[in-house]
Design a protein around this ligand. Structure first.
Ligand code: NAD
Length: 294
């Protein structure tokens, strides 16, 4: 995969300076990963508090590496200087690629992408980290849709090696190649996929969750399913994975996938995901999901 990606990246531009829109779980992770691997990144949000949280998260990860002897204090300081938090578009003319990682709302994303397009150079690449929205639809409001594609990271960004680079109907080869090159520079394994609901990973993952839901509805204990999957050799079972992903995120993605692929996602009655969602058991993010976290 890496060999194919490296070959593909040759047709792209080198990303010396990047930007990320949104300093949340994903935006903060993207900023940390980019800076750790040597690429400067501007991290923009609309809330000062979000910027502080994004930076604090990067700081926490770096301190851990210093404590483990994997990074010197000087190198840590160096990484932090490569992240520039901001509430304005002041630095965007220097940016080669900007990743949008704001809330999962089509209207908000479209507005942010159009705004960013007006701030960056004409040759800059825009990418979206959306999990469920069509890249072709997100490109609709753009003046240069050929410079836009998907760049879908997984949570937590610093741990998960895969990045899906999504080719929308109007995405140009230079946009795809540049994004692949940036993912490689971040130490990730990029794969190029077409634009369809769930892209590749969620298209495989959610029918798997549907199988899990079916078993739970038939009365099988979810902890038993998790144990069996772990014995089978998977790093974690479906219930624990749903807690890691976030029940609210999974609830939204499940609805998108069920609409797109009703035959593969069929389950009778209320699902365990719906039940957890209604109980506001959102998983590890709020300390309770299928399991309780203290
Ligand atoms: P989040 O809620 O943690 O962060 C979103 C951030 O965007 C917030 O800090 C918010 O202040 C900011 N924001 C909102 N409007 C903005 C604007 N106009 N300009 C700049 N910043 C703005 O969300 P998240 O979990 O990081 O998800 C972000 C995106 O990544 C979503 O599209 C989501 O679907 C996708 N994603 C999430 C995960 C995950 O597991 N959390 C995994 C892959 C992809």
């Amino acid at each position: 995969v890496a060999k194919v990606a490296r070959k593909l990246a040759k047709a792209g531009a080198k990303v010396e300076s990047a930007a990320v829109l949104g300093a949340g779980i994903m935006g903060g992770g993207i900023a940390y990963q980019s800076a750790s691997k040597g690429t400067r990144i501007v991290m923009k949000d609309i809330a000062e508090k979000a910027l502080d949280l994004g930076l604090a998260e990067a700081d926490k990860l770096l301190v851990k590496r210093v404590e483990r002897g994997k990074l010197t204090a000087a190198a840590m300081a160096d990484v932090l200087t490569r992240i520039r938090p901001t509430l304005s578009y002041g630095d965007f003319k220097a940016v080669d690629l900007a990743v949008e990682a704001v809330v999962e709302n089509e209207q908000v994303k479209k507005a942010v992408l159009a705004e960013v397009e007006g701030q960056v150079r004409e040759d800059a690449i825009l990418a979206s980290n959306t999990s469920t929205i069509s890249i072709t639809s997100l490109a609709e409001g753009l003046r240069r849709p050929e410079n836009f594609c998907g760049m879908h990271f997984f949570n937590p960004v610093h741990k998960m090696p895969l990045v899906e680079v999504i080719r929308g109907r109007k995405s140009g080869e230079r946009a795809v190649a540049t994004t692949v090159g940036y993912a490689l520079a971040m130490g990730k394994t990029p794969i190029v996929v077409n634009d369809c609901p769930g892209f590749l990973v969620n298209r495989v993952l959610f029918p798997y969750f549907a199988g899990f839901i079916m078993l739970v509805n038939e009365g099988v204990d979810f902890q038993r399913i998790d144990k069996v999957m772990e014995k089978f050799g998977w790093p974690m079972g479906p219930a624990y994975l749903l807690d890691v992903v976030g029940i609210d995120t999974a609830h939204h993605a499940d609805a998108v996938m069920a609409k797109a692929f009703p035959d593969r996602m069929a389950h009778e009655g209320r699902t365990a995901i719906e039940a957890m969602f209604e109980l506001k058991r959102f998983g590890q993010k709020n300390g309770k999901g299928f399991y309780a976290y203290v």
